[in-house]
Design a protein around this ligand. Structure first.
Ligand code: ADP
Ligand code: ADP
Length: 230
């Protein structure tokens, strides 16, 4: 079953066309890997799935990015770039994890509760429950349960990346975008993130940019390859 359909998609930074006539289907509850050489447009493609590209002056999209959000009729797709579709709704449905862990300069607890704060979810019991569950889902709970008030920067790089996963998961996203989530980590930490991604297929559709052929082979169900810039 497909979760995202990309139709006749072109993308430009000013006059520079980065993506040209892309047609792809991304399956639900699976890991899709985006591969290709540096400069091929992989990160740009991810940014089209959560409209992050809108912040870049001179950027322009043509074509459609269609998402089947849960709770809708089973074959109803929404064009996330259509004028009526709200970016706020998109922020709640799509989580993102970057290449380098980017914890906020605050406590471990507050890093994970931050998206809830932005969404106006303030009830203490609910916040505590959702933060605890997200940290548990990230596999980090035993390592941090006694130091939730400590700054996130006390954690190792691998732990910080799992914290960033927890921060994305606290909103229970339907889609999780990951831009080379393990490329700044040592092998043991990478393996933990990979295992976590496989577990998350149960409740998420994952789209990952990856540079590692072994990683792609080991954990992805579907591959989209972008060719070098012409
Ligand atoms: P990849 O992730 O495959 O390395 P990117 O999506 O980062 O590729 O970049 C694709 C092309 O778009 C490159 O030529 C890059 O220089 C260009 N590009 C990326 N970001 C911007 C930007 N903010 N403004 C202008 N050009 C950009
Ligand atoms: P602020 O940054 O505004 O000072 P706090 O650090 O007190 O806020 O935390 C904000 C909310 O997060 C509080 O309402 C509290 O319920 C919750 N919180 C913070 N730390 C913990 C913790 N270790 N366990 C449970 N809840 C916590």
């Amino acid at each position: 079953r497909s979760k995202i359909k990309i139709r006749d998609l072109d993308f430009f930074y000013n006059d520079h066309q980065v993506l040209s006539c892309i047609n792809e289907t991304i399956p639900e509850n699976a890991i899709t890997a985006i591969v290709g050489p540096s400069g091929a447009g992989k990160s740009t493609f991810l940014s089209l799935l959560n409209r992050l590209w809108e912040n870049i002056p001179g950027s322009r999209i043509k074509g459609r990015v269609l998402v089947r959000f849960s709770g809708k009729q089973c074959d109803e797709f929404t064009d996330i770039n259509a004028p009526g579709f709200s970016a706020i709704q998109l922020r709640r449905s799509v989580g993102m994890v970057f290449q380098t862990p980017n914890p906020l300069p605050m406590s471990i607890f507050n890093n994970v509760s931050f998206p809830l704060k932005l969404a106006g979810i303030k009830k203490r019991a609910e916040v505590e429950e959702r933060v605890t569950k997200a940290i548990q889902a990230s596999g980090l709970w035993p390592e941090v349960k006694d130091r939730l008030e400590k700054k996130a920067t006390v954690l190792s790089g691998g732990q910080q990346q799992r914290l960033c996963m927890a921060r994305a998961l606290v909103m229970a996203p339907e889609i999780l975008l990951l831009d080379e989530p393990t490329s700044s980590l040592d092998p043991a930490s990478s393996k933990k993130i990979e295992d976590l991604m496989v577990e998350l297929k149960e409740r998420c559709t994952l789209v990952m940019v990856s540079h590692g052929p072994e990683q792609v082979k080991a954990i992805s169900d579907h591959v989209i390859e972008f060719l070098p810039e012409s």
